[in-house]
Design a protein around this ligand. Sequence first.
Ligand SMILES: C[S@@+](CC[C@H](N)C(=O)[O-])C[C@H]1O[C@@H](n2cnc3c(N)ncnc32)[C@H](O)[C@@H]1O
Length: 194
Amino acid sequence: MSSGLIYFKDGELIVKSGEARIYKFKDELFLEIGQGHNLWALESEISDYIWQLNDRPRGTCLEIGLGLGVASKYILSCRRVNSLTTLELNKDVIDVYKKLEQEDYNHDFTIFPEKRHTILNADGLIYMYETKQKFDFVFIDCYKAIDEDTLPLIADMVIAAKSVIKPDGEVVGWFDKATPDGFIEVFYKLFEKQ
Ligand SMILES: C[S@@+](CC[C@H](N)C(=O)[O-])C[C@H]1O[C@@H](n2cnc3c(N)ncnc32)[C@H](O)[C@@H]1O
């Protein structure tokens, strides 16, 4: 195969529901949402999640943005995690995720099955302002890039997440390696504890 091949052209569309589609290409999964080829999640990002989240998830966890569920599976595999609630805005994304089989993933996501995973069709921002529950760890991953368009939303999410975090808990946001220099410091400052 030449390196010019792309997932939606040369890969296989394995699951579809409404506006969400999952392709398999070179054994990796790709999630598109909406019109055109709007790529929202890649299975290969597991290495970023492992690097960024490391051993930080613990206790009662909350995650904003299901995507392919790769980060969810990583969080659930962390030894100190008791449960995970994942909020996903788009019901089609939840539907395609539920249609995936363990064998569809290239990576071995054999997780501790006794851990609780609750997936809710909800807007993360609204949920966090309405819930009375407190969490030990919140992971925010509901954006595709970190720039002038997305930073206001990310800032709103972080403020809401800080309102549901326990005093010794931690809020983490997915860091996009392609973030332009000018936005990196602003992004990390959002997560600093007061
Ligand atoms: C980058 S993907 C998440 C990738 C995911 N971490 C994974 O492991 O594949 C972002 C997801 O967030 C969802 N999303 C966007 N805005 C949201 C919101 N306000 N509340 C909840 N989910 C949201 C999108 O529909 C999409 O499924």
